[in-house]
Design a protein. Structure first.
Length: 377
């Protein structure tokens, strides 16, 4: 089996799974209970939060960690929670045209239901923004900007510093960063963000656990109501073994970043070189690119047919973002970058992890070439 779909989800690390299994019997009590077992579990959660902030090199006195069920929930809490809480301070919120659906759809909701003035930044092929748009969109009425430092479809790195320079001029404007595709894939300075989304299953952790990290001074409205856990912002009984496994995944990912990067870069460079030799392939790589994701379109062969043919050979890739794969729609990300409708409707994404090998990449090229030679246009 060759698994090149790590941007959709990753295989769980053996050490992460071990942490979960070892703790599921020991820490079964409800962390909200006031008896000893409950207080013990709650203390473990607080220690896990401190560890996460330390791994990300964030000041533990400046940030809070809020555990959620997914990056989608964290993005919703950050964007809707901040915008609704601070609507009286301004009516403009800003994102880019190439964000993940869990960001874009929240902005559409806020525009339609709360009458926010929503602005969508254009991005060029190198991840830079238009100066005139930054000047017009980020002003004294702007309260929130939400971006992903690395795009989930293309691996394109966005110029966060360029946006941050404008945000810094307006103290009531905060920056939310969706780091689902950034953690473990870039030597990123996490202190650039005021609100940070992290996801476990993107970094070889278990599903159904994620977090939102926020600066303590930032006020949000909850999107879930109930028992008042997590500073009243995320009511739900917390799963300590799952939290401990997530903490282990963050530890492994941050400590092994340099080693993973070297391995993946070799795979990426090989594939770019080999794919560029195939006439039917149009590469969508950039000068400012994460090597963990590689996207290309096919000129004449149907991408979905090629993906299925590869799957039949136990080579797993995706034709679009996993969250949109069943909609049969062109990639709005590629369209926003001025690619043709044909290119946007016929793309394939490869995404890698430290578990992949150069030998797998060589097999992929061989099988892809055979498939392109044999299937109909």
């Amino acid at each position: 089996m060759i698994y090149f779909d790590n941007a959709a989800t990753t295989k769980v690390s053996k050490d992460v799974l071990k942490v979960y299994i070892e703790n599921i019997d020991r820490y079964f009590a409800n962390p909200s209970s006031i008896h000893y077992l409950g207080m013990e579990a709650n203390n473990k959660i607080n220690l896990a939060k401190i560890s996460i902030l330390n791994y990300l090199k964030l000041n533990t006195n400046e940030y809070d960690v809020i555990f959620t069920s997914s990056a989608t929930e964290s993005n919703n809490l950050a964007i809707k929670g901040y915008a609704s809480k601070n609507h009286n301070r301004g009516n403009t919120i800003v994102t880019s045209k190439i964000e993940h659906a869990s960001v874009i759809e929240v902005f559409k909701h806020l525009e339609n239901e709360y009458n926010f003035n929503v602005k969508y930044l254009s991005v060029d092929d190198n991840g830079n923004f238009l100066k005139e748009e930054l000047e017009n969109y980020i002003n004294k009425d702007t309260i929130l900007v939400s971006l992903s430092p690395i795009n989930n479809e293309l691996g394109l790195k966005l110029n966060i510093d360029q946006v941050k320079a404008y945000i810094n001029k307006f103290p009531k404007c905060v920056l939310h960063l969706d780091l689902a595709q950034t953690l473990g894939k870039d030597n990123f300075n996490y202190s650039k963000g005021d609100l940070l989304t992290l996801s476990s299953h993107k970094i070889h952790g278990l599903k159904s656990i994620a977090c939102l990290i926020k600066k303590k001074k930032i006020l949000l409205n909850p999107i879930l109501y109930g028992g008042g856990q997590e500073f009243g912002l995320r009511s739900s009984t917390m799963d300590l073994p799952l939290i401990l496994s997530f903490t282990e995944a963050i530890k492994e990912t941050t400590l092994n970043y340099s080693k993973s990067l070297l391995k993946v870069k070799e795979i990426y460079d090989f594939l770019v070189n080999e794919l560029s030799k195939i006439d039917d392939v149009i590469l969508h790589n950039s000068l400012n690119q994460s090597p963990f994701i590689l996207n290309f379109s096919l000129k004449s062969k149907k991408a979905s047919v090629v993906v299925e043919a590869l799957s039949n050979k136990e080579i797993y890739v995706s034709s679009v973002s996993a969250c949109s794969s069943k909609k049969e729609e062109p990639s709005y990300v590629l369209l926003a970058l001025n690619k043709t409708l044909k290119e946007a409707s016929n793309s394939i994404r490869l995404s890698f992890s430290y578990e992949n090998t150069l030998e797998e990449a060589k097999i992929f090229i061989k099988e892809l070439s055979n498939i392109l030679d044999t299937i109909r246009s």
